[in-house]
Design a protein around this ligand. Structure first.
Ligand code: ADP
Ligand code: MG
Length: 277
């Protein structure tokens, strides 16, 4: 398997805790992987290491074979990797005072010469591309609104449109549905799955709800206190296995009442016991 992401023996200690404890994993091209764990388990810390926003204590990360960081040192050519990565974070996704379309066009900046980055002037063709991306995520009517006026779900979708315009080959989404209602959550997850299937993006999405991992992500990597406690098919994550992995903390990973309807066809082997009625 050729790898999009390779992580070897990554550890990160904060003054108060060990947030990542000897994490090693491989993610192949075109995979859609859930990063599951209760709050505080290290999901955000792991995701922030991938683009080199955080330097580890030790260990190594490579993205598309290119070293991002090694032994706590961020690679000098980190920008070459960052342009391949799209980000969808729970908050701080967009520049609130700028129109939605400008936020989406920011995805193009890495391709432009420095003087065009400074002026932020975009051609008609570029603006059309941004509107098309907004249409692809279903919010083209918001293009000229200030980003601050969007709902939480719309903001996540605008961030996905930015990933599309950027041509990101890997999308890192940090709890993109944590503060959304179930309907918006489903839309955002379906769009992530669409980017994965249609555009071949490798997707790594952190979630603290196992139902969404099972429904949308063939594979789950589960963290507990900074350690990988499970890495395998999401469909095998039964309540009893989660109980073994997390003890009483497993309850935090279930959101009752989210999945009243029948499981999607793309969720093979969904254990009935996981579907709230
Ligand atoms: P998750 O995203 O799974 O909720 P985090 O990665 O945010 O978990 O946090 C993992 C642990 O690291 C938590 O105990 C958290 O308090 C701690 N932590 C995260 N970021 C910092 C930081 N900048 N300074 C100190 N401790 C931090
Ligand atoms: Mg987090």
């Amino acid at each position: 398997m050729s790898c999009a992401v390779e992580i070897d023996n990554l550890s990160k200690t904060f003054p108060t805790c060990r947030a990542l404890d000897d994490v090693s994993l491989r993610i192949g091209h075109g995979e859609m992987v859930a990063l599951l764990g209760a709050s505080g388990s290290g999901k955000s810390t792991l995701l922030r290491h991938l683009p080199g926003f955080l330097a580890a204590d030790g260990g190594e990360i490579r993205v598309f074979g290119r070293t991002v960081q090694s032994g706590g040192r961020i690679a000098a050519d980190i920008r070459r990797v960052r342009r391949e990565l799209g980000f969808v974070f729970q908050q701080f996704n967009l520049v609130n005072r700028l129109p939605v379309i400008t936020n989406v066009l920011v995805g193009l900046l890495h391709r432009l010469p420095w003087w065009r980055r400074l002026t932020m002037r975009f051609s008609l063709a570029e603006r059309q591309q941004a509107v098309e991306a907004l249409a692809a995520v279903g919010i083209e009517q918001t293009a000229w609104q200030r980003a601050a006026t969007l709902s939480g779900g719309q903001q996540q979708r605008a961030a996905l449109a930015r990933c599309l315009v950027q041509g990101a080959r890997i999308v890192l989404a940090d709890e993109p549905i944590a503060s959304l209602d179930p309907e918006s959550s489903r839309k955002v997850m379906a769009l992530l799955a669409d980017m994965n299937r249609r555009h071949g993006c490798t997707v790594l999405v952190s979630l603290h709800q196992v139902e969404f991992a099972i429904r949308y992500c063939p594979r789950t990597i589960a963290l507990n206190r900074g350690r990988v406690v499970y890495d395998g098919p999401s469909s095998a994550l039964t309540p009893s296995l989660l109980g073994e992995l997390y003890g009483s903390g497993a309850r935090e990973l279930f959101e009752p009442g989210l999945f009243g309807e029948a499981p999607a066809a793309n969720a093979p082997g969904l254990p009935r016991s996981l579907i709230a009625t």
